[in-house]
Write a protein that binds this ligand. Structure first.
Ligand code: ADP
Ligand code: MG
Length: 696
């Protein structure tokens, strides 16, 4: 493979320096290897011929065999085109070209037999194909069976480089590369019954059968994902091995007293299961890094508290960190009510904690009399020193960087166990890659008795009924959120629409107090406005997505989202989670322009059809692709995937994950000669990737 990587594409027969430059610029192809790994995005069936008289409007690309009756240049200027009238004996169709007209006219002759391959389109009652591919039946390599369609750009097409040309070059490159060496150890290919690399490359481009194509795809996807997992796990293991952690064998007084005297309700099955998983981690002697995923309202806070109590029972302190002051304050209030009655000393530290209280906190942390510290990122400041910190809960991970998590590890000579809680439902396969080394626990059950939120799609040319409904909710004493999108490219305009909306709502509901929050506000002002709403003094909150994370106002019953089409599904779900926290029926209203595309409507209808965050996230992933999923962008994955797709190849991700673990269990440093090939490939990948150990 090394050799293929260093072979410049310009030396490939039929390419040359000019086209090589174009290929590089348009598709990033510069070596033979790049070309061989430029895979088709889909395949078309060229095993059968269709007849023009049997064409229908919804056909994919099909092939017909026949002859041109006439061939003429028509139109003028920009509308000049070459039109061939083509017959297969049943009836005729037009074949139309808009580019390279003269050249094409001279290369096809009336009377000769051709195979024309393209998508039938009906125009004025007549069938036509625009820019089809054309073969002569006898041409060597004339396409039979399954045929790849390659990703291309307009620039390439304009230069006459189409799927067919790419295919031909790839065949040439394959023929010129007799020794494509295997990139997986024999043990892997044999135990997983994988197609050898050379055969897989041959079949991915020129499938001998559907079965061979599937085997080729499987082998190439598995390899790609295996290297991805090896990459992640190699670093994660190295780090885990070097970090021994607290062993918490005891369940003691704090936990038991809380459980029997203070527990406000029975734990759900999912909460119990997750606590068991965390308990198991705490007894291994290795530091825990665990991600706790649970939909909004699934009761993560209580799980966090119970874990902290176990840490207290084992003579250590605990800390809970939240991304905003208001969230930290809410957590503090919740935890204080629950834990203070059984003699737990719990305090809040944020940017606005007074100097005097700060001093008390510092002193009590140092002498060990403060058991639980709740706060914002103020808790990771260097001057905050614990006597013996054993457990850290981080709420809403995506607002914190990994760097912050690492600073937490360093707060103690033995790094504390870390539980990261998030309501952003990341499908498991993505979590395995994006969160790399974090073990994942899932709360997949809501506490009993919740009323599902009713989600409605409404159009902004018909607002009156929506405002009437809001008026009724206000009259009943409920509170309302109204959210506007704020998207960077257009910040000014967005801010204007928010402020217009704010004014309009004030005019519309003069008898109610309206507050507003956006990202451009100073933190103190933001907190003040939030507090107005949280305390019930304000009835309507007009805001951008800054309210997305975690605010808990159980009395809020309506979430109205303006320009809902501009939000991602996962984001809409997070916003929706701000309501439905009390006993009353709640509503989420998605307001859009009345002219939205079919696809947008389909996307939004996922919201109206389910309240399950995982279903929403899976759908989001399928529709937008993993690169786009919110919150994963910055963590990203270490290299671009060519063939595997995290949104659809979940099963292969799991297989690759298991295999990677197996390989590293047997040979952690990859020193076994059998694994030399892995070491090699990983070294080549390392040149392309960012340092994963710093990202995990
Ligand atoms: P989130 O997972 O979104 O952080 P919270 O921890 O804020 O959810 O919990 C949401 C609400 O559900 C809180 O009011 C909490 O007291 C309540 N709750 C948590 N666990 C249970 C349970 N097992 N049974 C009933 N209510 C619960
Ligand atoms: Mg929460």
């Amino acid at each position: 493979m090394r050799r293929l990587r260093s072979l410049d594409i310009k030396y490939l027969h039929g390419v040359g320096p000019k086209r090589a430059e174009l290929l590089n610029k348009e598709l990033g192809i510069s070596s033979y290897r790049d070309l061989l790994y430029h895979f088709p995005t889909r395949y078309v069936d060229r095993s059968k011929f269709y007849s023009i008289s049997g064409f229908t409007g919804d056909m994919p690309s099909v092939q017909v065999k026949g002859r041109f009756l006439t061939m003429s240049i028509q139109g003028e200027g920009a509308k000049t085109r070459l039109v061939g009238v083509f017959t297969d004996g049943t009836t005729t169709m037009e074949v139309v070209w808009f580019r390279r007209i003269k050249q094409l006219r001279d290369s096809y002759h009336t009377g000769n037999e051709y195979i024309v391959f393209g998508k039938p389109e009906e125009f004025n009652g007549r069938w036509s194909m625009v820019h089809p591919e054309i073969d002569t039946p006898a041409a060597p390599g004339a396409m039979q069976g399954l045929r790849g369609v390659y990703p291309l750009t307009d620039k390439l097409r304009n230069q006459g480089i189409g799927s067919r040309q790419i295919f031909t070059w790839i065949q040439t490159a394959l023929a010129a590369s007799p020794s494509i060496s295997e990139t997986l150890p024999r043990k892997v290919t044999e135990s997983m019954k994988l197609m050898p690399l050379r055969e897989a490359l041959a079949n991915i481009h020129n499938p001998q059968s559907l079965e061979a194509l599937n085997n080729a795809k499987f082998r190439l996807k598995l390899e790609e994902l295996l290297y991805l997992q090896l990459n992640i796990l190699r670093y994660a293991r190295r780090r885990n091995a070097s970090l021994s952690g607290f062993r918490f064998p005891r369940i003691g007084d704090y936990f038991n007293r809380f459980y029997h005297e203070q527990m406000p309700f029975e734990l759900t099955g999912a909460q119990k299961r997750v606590i068991k998983e965390i308990r198991a981690d705490m007894t291994t002697g290795r530091q825990m890094n665990r991600l706790l995923q649970g939909d909004v309202g699934s009761g993560k806070t209580l799980v966090g508290l119970l874990c902290m109590l176990i840490a207290l029972d084992n003579d250590t302190q605990a800390c809970m960190m939240a991304p905003t002051e208001i969230l930290a304050t809410q957590h503090f209030e919740t935890l204080y009510k629950l834990a203070a009655p059984i003699g737990i000393n719990i305090k809040l530290l944020t940017g606005s904690t007074s100097k005097k209280n700060r001093e008390i906190i510092h002193r009590q942390l140092a002498d060990g009399s403060l058991h639980i510290l709740v706060g914002t990122h103020a808790v990771i400041e260097d001057n905050v020193k614990f006597k013996n910190l054993g457990f850290v809960v981080i709420d809403e991970q995506h607002r914190f960087g990994v760097a912050q998590r690492a600073r937490m590890w360093k707060k103690n000579s033995i790094p504390p166990h870390v539980l990261v809680m998030t309501a952003t439902p990341i499908p498991r396969t993505l979590a395995m890659t994006v969160y790399g080394d974090l073990s994942v626990s899932v709360i997949d059950e809501l506490p009993p008795g919740r009323k599902p939120i009713t989600t409605l799609l409404r159009y902004d040319d018909n607002r009156r009924p929506v405002y009437q409904a809001i008026g009724r909710q206000l009259k009943e004493g409920r509170q309302i959120y109204i959210v506007y999108p704020l998207i960077k490219e257009n910040e000014k305009l967005d801010l204007k629409s928010l402020e217009d909306g704010y004014e309009y709502i004030q005019e519309l509901f003069p008898q109610y107090r309206v507050c507003h929050v956006h990202g451009k506000m100073k933190p103190a002002e933001k907190d003040f406005q939030m507090q107005l709403f949280a305390s019930g003094q304000a009835h309507i909150m007009v805001a951008t997505t800054v309210i997305e994370v975690g605010v808990n106002v159980p009395n809020a019953s309506v979430m109205l989202i303006e320009n809902a089409e501009r939000f991602g599904l996962s984001q809409l779900h997070q916003l929706r989670g701000r309501v439905g926290r009390g006993a009353d029926q709640s509503y989420c209203i998605l307001m859009t322009h009345h002219k939205i595309t079919k696809e947008t409507r389909r996307r939004l209808e996922i919201m109206t059809s389910t309240t399950d965050g995982f279903v929403v996230a899976e759908a989001d992933l399928k529709m937008r692709g993993p690169g786009d999923i919110e919150g994963t962008m910055q963590s990203g994955i270490p290299f671009e995937l060519h063939i595997a797709d995290l949104s659809t190849d979940g099963r292969i991700v799991s297989l690759a994950r298991d295999k990677a673990n197996e390989i590293l269990d047997e040979d952690p440093e990859l020193t076994n000669p059998d694994n030399a090939v892995i070491k090699n490939e990983l070294a080549l990948l390392d040149n392309r990737i960012v340092d994963w150990s710093r990202i995990s």
